[in-house]
Write a protein that binds this ligand. Sequence first.
Ligand code: G6P
Length: 613
Amino acid sequence: MCGIFGAISDNHNILPTLLNGLEQLEYRGYDSAGIAFISNGRTERIRAVGRVENLRNEASRYQGSIAIGHTRWATHGGVSVENAHPHQSHHLMIVHNGIIDAYEEHKKRLIQKGYAFESETDTEVLAHLLHEATLNNADLISAVKQVIATVTGNYALLVMDQNDPTSLIATAQGCPLILGLKDDTTFIASDIAAIIPETNRLIYLEQGDCVIMQAGNIAYFSNQAEQVLSPIAISEKIQISDLSIEKLDIGHYTHFMLKEIFEQPHVIEKTALKAITQQFDPELFGEKAVTLFPQVKHIQILACGTSYFAGMVAKYWIESIAKIPTHVEISSEYRYREVLIEDGTMIVTISQSGETLDTIEAKKHAEENGAFASLAICNVKESVLPRTSDCRLYTEAGIEVGVASTKAFTTQLTALFILANALAKSQGKMDETTLSKHLQMLRELPAMIAQSFNCQEIASQWGTLLLNAKSTLYLGRGIHFPIAAEGALKLKEISYIHAESYPAGELKHGPLALVDDQMPIIALLPHDDLFEKVRANLHEVLARKGKLFIITDSKVPLDDLKGAHIMHVPEVSCALSPILLTIPVQLIAYYAALVRGEDIDKPRNLAKSLTVE
Ligand code: G6P
């Protein structure tokens, strides 16, 4: 959530680059935006509610070679120009992601000292704290270090000082910041997407690191070392990214969400590649996995949002393939309750971003209560969760721009299927035949997904049929119930149609009361062990005149379900069917939102990653 971007260059106008970069970050938060820069020796600030686009007109009147910018997703304080970043204290301007703990206490004290506040944000508190610290420190970097030693929280911070138009200062405490190095320009951003159009020479800041950025030059203060890093030490930190600007481009698609849906065969193949060649070797999860996996007796999965639904599917796989009892819980619930952790419990966190605060805190809570090992399934390399876990497997989804998660979800599922198999293998619970069968399923999966795109036309027709729906019900059973839940989440996120998901067998215990001739019900009916049970549940719906939409791979005629809309998908009856059945529910949500003219890639009130509670 929220995006930071800053740049300092040798005498050329950096403002157009800054605005373009900020637009790349909009998917992280887009309710307001702002920039500050020094132009002709004066600090200027432009802020607006809404998109980065709204800053362009005014910005075009200026030139500046040092600038900071921010796209916001409101947390402390509503959506207003006053609450938009950058925030100012005297000669300082700052942009900030994350949270400052107990900021009200600092605020009270600062007000008593005479500081005036114009916003409700914790960021403005940070700006004044920094200004206060400059009064008794020789230079800004010392003031920044003093402030980060006194405040707590997870944050990333970028400071511009009118008194020194040759430098920017950045520091990261638990929120991502990445430096981009180009000949005469230095960039910093909370996300690689802003930097890649300019350079692929990157340094990922580690917790507590501080940097003084100058045009084409940096002074790097590692949290691990008192002294500024030597040029050799800095060059060792530089990573060359293979992400290209083309990969960030929307191409011929109308929305990133659609592009990302169609990328799934490729990114799933990439995620599965090593697992296939190394035949589910535990080492795929890092060196420690080799000794830790055989000791795992219980698994506790922690995740939020779409990642939580991936966890629900994983429970079925881990229990059936590796025979390890597995619990799944929403991180924001788990972190605040008394937990009883069984001996030999490994925590598995699932997170696209690797920086979701609730999941980070839930993991800490589990560790404090006795979990013996941790493992992260994550898409963003080197983010907090994989960095702080004993074992990890990165999904290869690449940057996901659409706020509604699609390819991140199916690559998580792929990684979790690999985990179930690697655990089974390390504990000697899988025979050779099963191992080969599961490897073969993974090999075939990308092509099967590509085949399932055949449902696009029908999904688009169904999207139109949902145009005036007020509320919908998604049904599934067993391992497919989480996919029904993910389908309902997708629909409400981007089309704003209310959607609820229910295990089909539970229908009679309540939701059936909602069913009438206005209520669309979208049901997953794969030809698995529960086929007949679900079919019977669907008769209950038809008997109440519900508008039934069935997604099935059944070759068995469904003539008995008269009046139902039926979408046939390719034969999915294998352990990986949850991944295949995800494609139609993603496409239905996409087309329902499209026909309603909604802002599909940037749904209202939502953000891509949530670094606050
Ligand atoms: C937000 C995003 C969701 C995501 C959830 C968890 O709500 O909009 O798409 O599933 O956070 O994020 P994570 O990065 O931990 O997977």
